[in-house]
Design a protein around this ligand. Structure first.
Ligand code: HEC
Length: 169
């Protein structure tokens, strides 16, 4: 058994860890954020969710080769169940993250080009879908078509002037 394992098995460690946190210099602590900082952070997230909203309704042509957008099958993010991921998906026979399932839908029902899983656009799709499921309890692994419904009124708060095929211009 190496030294790390010995330390990890020692019951006193959590207390020691707490003591370290308690005595850490104030400069290390990030919170509390100022009101201005919180607003700036929230604005960044909203910006990402807005981009996701636009993409959901077809802003990126390369995500489909058949004129479909996420919203055709998942209006207001219905049946995407972000709060149930990661979970085992029978069609790939493995545990998948939400973003992997987004790419699965881009490539299969939409016949489009998968997104880089770490790209700002992939995160924007996640931001939008999670935004509409805000407050829904996490139920990782739950196998279902639709659990708790999304809250479309949240999306109206995003006030997006969409560029995708799904928005009236
Ligand atoms: C033509 C219809 C269609 C389109 C368009 C479509 N999907 Fe899907 N999507 C499905 C179907 C059908 C399933 C269920 C697949 C399964 O469970 O085997 C699904 C499942 C999902 C799931 C997993 C839900 C769960 O609980 O297992 C996510 C997430 C998802 N889609 C996101 C998207 C996103 C994001 C887009 C747009 C990029 C999109 N889908 C476009 C039909 C579609």
């Amino acid at each position: 058994m190496n030294i790390l394992h010995k330390i990890l098995r020692c019951a006193a460690v959590p207390l020691t860890a707490l003591a370290v946190i308690a005595t850490a210099p104030a400069a290390m602590a990030r919170e509390p954020f100022t009101k201005e900082e919180l607003k700036a952070m929230s604005d960044k997230l909203t910006e990402s969710a807005k981009r996701g909203y636009d993409m959901w309704y077809g802003a990126r042509a390369d995500m489909a080769n058949n004129g479909l957008a996420c919203a055709n099958c998942h209006p207001d993010t219905a049946a995407t169940n972000p709060h149930t991921f990661p979970k085992f998906m029978p069609q790939t026979n493995k545990v998948m993250a939400y973003r992997d399932m987004v790419n699965w839908c881009i490539e299969n029902p939409q016949g489009g080009k998968a997104l880089d899983v770490n790209s700002a656009d992939m995160i924007a799709l996640e931001a939008y879908s999670f935004y509409l499921h805000n407050g829904v309890p996490i139920e990782t692994g739950l196998q279902t078509r639709q659990t708790s419904p999304p809250t479309p009124k949240n999306a109206r708060g995003l006030n997006v002037k969409g560029t995708g095929i799904g928005f009236d211009k």
